[in-house]
Design a binder for this molecule. Structure first.
Ligand code: IPD
Ligand code: CA
Ligand code: CA
Length: 267
């Protein structure tokens, strides 16, 4: 087994274990302490407990790897591999009792994401990818949609809560207007990681968000590339610290969606 297939299998199993723990918390929502980090920006004990489970498993299996997680930050390693994790992506959905949330785990080395696993426990979907090894949804290979017209599917959009959310939402609104003008439709799933995974799986024809953090996007971006889609190239030297702008789609649509998103986001 190569190093990547071992890490892929590990991430796959770990995302499912972590998702099962998250689901236990969601089933007891009434007793869960919810803290507000800002407007529309929440964190719960579930986010922290799930991240601790993931970090402990990585520490046992790959003790020389580094970890970057949303809730507990960065810990150093010596191998060059960095695990980048969002224990619960879609926390606003999670605390509302909605099904669209997931665990996202990526493994990053030499400026690239090389392994990704995303698990949505309520829905029961697990997506995985490895560099050079394709993308799967529930064990079956998937490909991004090969359409070149906005009228042939839905485009996923996102913007965060918190203080930065309002400005981001204004830019996304401008993008949505141009999607509508082109005969398209859009959805805001409320989980950036699932949005990207669903572009990889061909369920959405494109996905855009003015900014995502590394833990939101690194697994999903690899999935899109490995499913034959296109992503706006990211800076491997800065994405862990600063995140990236996200524009992604099936390959034929990319040269249409990218200028529209760029215009809306820069405006
Ligand atoms: C957020 C969600 C949201 C996206 C934001 C993320 P969280 O993550 O993925 O859909 O628009 O950019 O920060 O806070 O639920 O982990
Ligand atoms: Ca997130
Ligand atoms: Ca999160």
């Amino acid at each position: 087994m190569t190093d990547l297939s071992e890490r892929r299998a590990f991430a796959d199993a770990l995302a499912r274990d972590a998702g099962a723990l998250g689901l236990e918390f969601q089933r007891q929502l009434g007793t869960l302490a919810i803290e507000s980090k800002g407007p529309q920006d929440f964190v719960t004990e579930a986010d922290r407990a799930v991240e601790r489970l993931i970090r402990e498993a990585i520490g046992k299996k790959f003790p020389d790897d580094a970890v970057l997680g949303e809730e507990y930050g960065a810990s150093d390693g010596t191998s060059g591999f960095v695990w980048v994790i969002d224990p619960i992506d879609g926390t606003a959905n999670f605390i509302a009792g909605l099904p669209l949330w997931c665990v996202s785990i990526a493994c990053f080395v030499e400026g690239r994401s090389v392994v990704g696993a995303i698990h949505a426990p309520v829905i029961g979907d697990t997506y995985t990818a490895a560099a050079g090894g394709g993308t799967t949804l529930n064990g079956a290979a998937v490909t991004a949609r090969a359409v070149n017209d906005f009228r042939q599917g839905s485009i996923g959009v996102g913007f965060p809560g918190g203080e930065a959310g309002a400005d981001s939402a204004r830019r996304v609104l401008a993008f949505c207007q141009s999607v509508i003008d082109s005969g398209g439709v859009f959805v805001r799933p409320g989980s950036g990681a699932l949005l990207l995974a669903d572009v990889a799986a061909g369920r959405l024809i494109a996905g855009v968000e003015p900014h995502m953090n590394a833990w939101d996007c690194l697994a999903g971006l690899l999935m899109i590339e490995e499913a034959g889609g296109r992503i706006e190239p990211y800076d491997g030297g800065t994405i862990l610290q600063h995140g990236a702008r996200i524009i992604a789609s099936g390959a034929p649509l990319f040269d249409t969606v990218r200028p529209l998103a760029t215009e809306a986001f820069d405006g």
